[in-house]
Design a binder for this molecule. Structure first.
Ligand code: ATP
Ligand code: LTN
Length: 343
């Protein structure tokens, strides 16, 4: 046990914190790579799941869509099985401490650290500097603030976020070394299976909300109706072979990965079921498996979205509760860094 755990003695379970940006509809990759693992492990931890709306402002956004996507992400968390007795779901911008700690961390972060981040390089590639918002560069400082405010022990995310968690540890260590032990160092929890679902239109690229905006056939959204899911799989890219072979090429491998992940079947069973089958048979089987897995989630989602006022009330209440912890951490950092009024 490290020194900081003393502050969380009231809660015997380790703290988990994770978040998803409301930058578009959630897709199968978000579910299989992130949310499903959060649901499965939620009883082991004291969980906080955030809708990181301020992060969704790091690329151009539409205000109406941001509001709708924020409610959608929160409702999807609940519909997928996140339970409010072991987990707290809230919206990042409802707790101003996130922005305030992010500012202090930004001031302590060398610009070179941020310029070297893979996500920044990828998302700003091909854009002129005049057209990229500064928030895309300082994004990791806000993410670090999210995590550090709650004395988080573990951060369950997909592989693409590992570098941001490393930065979070580095900046927390810098604060602790310079000003005294005020922050808890978190660790990434990265799943072995499902950590990287690829696009249906292009199996070389990770399924992503942003790419799905340009081409809806890229991703299956968790809210897609069955006929849309069937159509998207029917058009998915496969290989040049006449039938399913093992080992498969990238397009077929992605479909098999989705089938295996959704049905939780073994690799042997997968080969027994699909070797020699036509691509049409494979696509239909994957589509039906996904439709069956999403059906209860979609039913629950519709139920939750039939009362947005209740959803907003729950989110606000959660934010009020969490603000106590967030403000306590912020006050500690403000005090040790010399800001007035926190003695
Ligand atoms: P954007 O395109 O806006 O960056 P995204 O679809 O990549 O969005 P994020 O909000 O960045 O999704 O990620 C939310 C969570 O889902 C993260 O934990 C991330 O690692 C995971 N994730 C995203 N895409 C995939 C994928 N294709 N396969 C597995 N996990 C994924
Ligand atoms: N950058 C993350 C989203 C995110 C996050 C967080 C994840 C913002 N703040 C804190 C975990 C913990 C992403 O998945 N794109």
């Amino acid at each position: 046990m490290n020194g900081y755990d003393l502050r969380t003695m009231g809660s015997p379970k380790p703290r988990v914190f994770s978040g998803i940006q409301p930058s578009g509809g959630l897709h199968l990759g978000n579910y299989l790579g992130a949310i499903r693992n959060w649901v499965r492990d939620q009883d082991k931890y004291d969980n906080i799941f955030c809708v990181v709306d301020l992060h969704a402002m790091t690329l151009p956004w539409d205000p109406k869509l941001l509001r709708e996507n924020t409610l959608q992400v929160a409702a999807v968390y609940l519909a997928c099985g996140i339970r409010q007795d072991t987990s707290t779901i809230f919206v990042q911008s409802r707790i101003p401490a996130h922005s305030e700690l992010a500012w202090i961390l930004t001031c302590l972060t060398p610009m070179g650290w941020l310029e070297r981040m893979t996500q920044f390089k990828e998302k700003s590639a091909g854009e002129q500097r005049e057209r990229v918002g500064t928030g895309l560069l300082t994004y990791p400082a806000l993410m670090a603030a999210d995590i550090l405010l709650y004395e988080t022990n573990f951060v369950p995310v997909g592989e693409d976020q590992r570098q941001h968690i490393e930065y979070t540890r580095d900046i927390a260590q810098r604060v602790n070394q310079r000003f005294g032990q005020v922050l808890t160092l978190p660790e990434a929890l990265i799943p072995k299976a499902g950590a990287r679902i690829m696009g249906l239109d292009d199996p070389e690229r990770k399924m992503s909300k942003t790419l799905a905006q340009a081409n809806p056939g890229h991703a299956v959204f968790l809210t897609d109706p069955p006929e849309v899911i069937r159509k998207k799989f029917a058009r998915a890219q496969t290989d040049a072979e006449p039938a399913v072979r093992f080992p498969p090429g990238p397009g077929v491998a992605n479909l098999l990965q989705i089938y295996q992940s959704v049905t939780e079947t073994t690799a042997e069973n997968l080969e027994r079921t699909f070797a020699g089958k036509s691509y049409n048979e494979l696509k239909q089987a994957v589509a039906e498996a996904v439709i069956a897995a999403l059906r209860p989630i979609q039913e629950r989602y519709r139920e939750i979205r039939s009362d947005d006022a209740q959803l907003v009330r729950d989110l606000d209440r959660a934010a009020d509760r969490l603000a106590v912890t967030a403000n306590a951490t912020l006050a500690r950092v403000q005090r040790v860094t010399g800001l007035l009024g926190h003695d």
